[in-house]
Design a protein around this ligand. Structure first.
Ligand SMILES: CC(C)(COP(=O)(O)OP(=O)(O)OC[C@H]1O[C@@H](n2cnc3c(N)ncnc32)[C@H](O)[C@@H]1OP(=O)(O)O)[C@@H](O)C(=O)NCCC(=O)NCCS
Length: 152
């Protein structure tokens, strides 16, 4: 279902995917099946999103970002694709960010460019992720570090 108040220019959107109000999906973006792209999102051109992905409200997915199957992106997560941005100057290629299968990113986290977040990893709400996150690991804080719980 593509909501009539969205602006979806891509024809590469899988069956059963919902795109809600005021979201923009540019022409070359690829989105898989059974995804939910909530309201007020922006999906740029060089973006691949797998199947069963949830993108909550207010998320902008820039060129160079790949989101694999079963990933959860919380509200207002911020992706980036240029480590040293300058107005009106563009890198030859944007750094690539990969969110691997089954990972979840908590609300308002910031993901610096060129990062890989491993399979089934969890990023805590409000974290600033500056380094790759290994699979099956939870990270929190700024800079994000592994959450290790005391086993008292
Ligand atoms: C990271 C997270 C999964 C950890 O949950 P948990 O394993 O139950 O962890 P706890 O609540 O027991 O917290 C453990 C410690 O980490 C701290 N902590 C937990 N989440 C944190 C976060 N996002 N940022 C900073 N510190 C955090 C707690 O304060 C606690 O610290 P303490 O041991 O010094 O008291 C969870 O807190 C989180 O951020 N989930 C994302 C929620 C979200 O954004 N959902 C989006 C859908 S609306």
């Amino acid at each position: 279902m593509i909501h009539k108040l969205s602006d979806v220019q891509s024809n590469n959107i899988g069956e059963g995917t919902y795109v809600w109000q005021f979201s923009v999906v540019l022409k070359n973006a690829i989105i898989g099946k059974n995804c939910n792209v909530n309201a007020h999102c922006f999906i740029e051109n060089d973006v691949i999103i797998g199947d069963n992905v949830t993108v909550k409200c207010g998320v902008y997915v820039w060129d160079g970002i790949t989101i694999e199957d079963n990933v959860f992106i919380g509200p207002n997560v911020t992706f980036t694709n240029d480590k040293t941005p300058k107005s009106k100057q563009y890198p030859e290629e944007f750094l690539r960010t990969i969110i691997k299968k089954g990972a979840s990113i908590g609300a308002g986290a910031v993901i610096l460019p060129g990062i890989t977040i491993g399979e089934n990893a969890m990023v805590g709400a409000g974290s600033v992720v500056t380094k790759d996150v290994p699979a099956n690991t939870t990270v929190i804080g700024n800079p994000a570090r592994e959450l290790i719980k005391d086993k008292k």
